[in-house]
Design a protein around this ligand. Structure first.
Ligand code: COA
Length: 497
């Protein structure tokens, strides 16, 4: 009876159905659930809970690692189950409920959630639901394709529901490194000095008696939609590679570079993919999510090690990687997101951070989250954890969106996620602006010339010229600074008529 998966015989009597396990969750509870960028989320119990909420209305606060697969956030939104959602999501249905004000979304740096929980700055977790490959003899929970916040949820919650997923290969065991920072005020340095450093245990250790229910599932992770590289993303990758070559030539790093972090989304995936055709070698990643491009880089012999908090793959790549996971195992590590994104480690390792912007302004402030300044897209995710602390803080974006109706380079961003102080290099398909060591007036000229789309360049030049006549360290025509967004709202385009 699943002896290879549940190795502590004293836990056999905890096996229940998903419906029975969902009964442990009551109206008003705070639930901490596994799941990070659509990987390794608990699947059966959440669906049973949503089903129950349709019959008997209830509300919970839901904390996860990051976004959930299997349309769970959509299902929760449709069942009106969520009063509060922390710290990230990427589902169109939930996005709608958030933007309608129905769900209170707390958009957080991904490294911070469990630190705040630990010190009771967020509501205590009443129950944790964690997907696992297996439970060890000592009650250790072996996570699946993500670690996220699962370890701290399980440690801090008084009760834990474990979903044993039979479709997740047992070979995943050994892939995880669960390190939990020691308590303040005598906290020790995190003993990670390279992406391959191991600092913790290969499972989440909790007292087995806290495991209140075990549910057996066979539901797969949902696959990521991967948009193949296009001319624009290839051009962005080309500019990045030229820049990195220049940095090597200047002696700022060797041709194995520094550990790489790449954000979520099609642009970052395509840009990383571009490194296959670069002169760099023996690359390592210290990132939060590993997408298809990571395994393409492994297979091309470019990458030697990758550390992150989750593996999120397209359907095609999923089968290829999971059926051959043994071959990658010695070159991969999955960590709690608190550690994969930890400012201390990111700064120590000198990570090259590549994240995607929705828009940025002529001075280098970046908006990653709010469409038109008001409507939540996904959330800041780990981009702030990395951008502020990395060795190189790079933001990429296509220069326009929505068939050219939106310029991604604007006079002033309509929402700020990354201030100019955290942004070093901006890249669009048009070119690259290296902002390091530049004052705002120097930045503006470079950003407009190198990154803006030609159809918006003159308007930006004109704005900046008029702003300069008013003076200031960061010149603006303040009453006009958000006029591009206002025009978009009124006329459906930022382009002047
Ligand atoms: N205004 C409005 N919409 C914009 C826009 C802008 N300035 N720029 C892009 N968009 C739209 C695109 O048109 C596209 O819309 P669609 O889904 O309807 O086609 C969507 O935003 C995604 O843009 P795309 O160019 O395909 O980029 P992406 O898939 O790489 O996603 C982000 C870009 C910014 C949304 C995504 O990277 C993100 O959520 N980032 C924040 C979290 C993060 O950076 N985490 C990093 C650590 S993992």
């Amino acid at each position: 009876m699943y002896r290879d998966r549940i190795r502590n015989a004293g836990l056999y009597n905890r096996i229940v159905t998903a419906d029975e396990a969902a009964q442990l969750i009551r109206d008003g509870m705070t639930v901490g659930m596994s799941g990070f960028t659509r990987a390794g989320e608990a699947k059966a119990v959440p669906l049973a809970l949503a089903e129950r909420a349709r019959r008997e209305p209830m509300k919970i606060t839901l904390m996860t690692g990051a976004s959930l697969g299997n349309d769970l956030d959509k299902t929760f939104a449709e069942a009106h189950l969520l009063s509060r959602r922390i710290p990230f999501q990427s589902d169109p249905g939930l996005r709608k409920a958030i933007n309608a004000g129905e769900v209170m979304f707390v958009d957080q740096h991904l490294s911070e959630t469990v630190e705040m929980l630990r010190t009771h700055q967020l509501p205590d977790v009443d129950i944790a639901i964690v997907e696992a490959v297996a439970i060890t003899e000592t009650g250790g929970i072996v996570p699946t394709t993500s670690v996220g916040n699962s370890a701290s949820f399980a440690i801090l919650a008084p009760k834990v529901i474990v979903e044993i997923n039979l479709t997740q290969p047992l070979l995943l065991e050994g892939l995880h490194d669960i390190y939990i920072p020691t308590k303040r005020p005598h906290r020790e340095p995190i003993p990670i000095v390279a992406p391959e450093s191991r600092a913790g245990l290969p499972y989440i250790q909790i007292p087995p008696e806290k495991i209140a229910a075990i549910v057996i599932t066979e539901k797969l992770d949902s696959s990521a939609k991967v948009t193949p590289p296009d001319d624009d993303t290839r051009a962005i990758a080309g500019h990045l590679i030229e820049f990195l070559k220049h940095e090597v030539k200047m002696g700022r790093m060797d041709s194995d570079l520094r550990p790489l972090q790449a954000g979520i989304g099609s642009v970052a995936n395509a840009v990383l993919h571009g490194l296959i055709d670069s002169p760099f070698h023996d690359l390592k990643m210290y990132s939060e999510v590993l997408q298809d491009s990571t395994f393409d880089l492994f297979d091309a012999g470019k990458l030697v090690f990758a550390s992150a908090s989750s593996i999120t793959l397209s359907a095609e790549k999923h089968d290829a990687v999971m059926s051959n996971i043994g071959a990658y195992k010695g070159r991969l590590l999955l960590r709690p997101q608190e550690i994969s994104n930890h400012p201390e480690v990111v700064r120590r390792l000198g990570v090259i951070c590549i994240n995607t912007a929705l828009e940025f302004d002529i001075y280098g402030n970046v908006n990653s989250t709010h469409v038109g300044g008001t409507h939540m897209m996904n959330g800041i995710g780990g981009s702030g954890d990395f951008a502020r602390n990395g060795f190189l803080s790079i933001f990429v974006s296509k220069s326009t969106a929505k068939d050219g109706k939106i310029s991604s380079v604007v006079p002033m961003v309509s929402h700020v996620d990354h201030t100019e102080h955290d942004v070093g290099i901006l890249i669009t398909e048009q070119g690259l602006a290296d902002l390091r060591g530049l004052a705002p007036r120097e930045r503006a000229a470079l950003v407009i010339r190198n990154c803006a789309h030609p159809s918006y360049r003159d308007a930006l030049e004109d704005y900046y010229a008029r702003a300069v006549t008013r003076g200031g360290h960061t010149p603006h025509v303040i009453e006009e600074a958000l006029s591009w967004h206002a025009r978009l709202r009124e006329h459906g385009t930022m382009m002047k008529g």
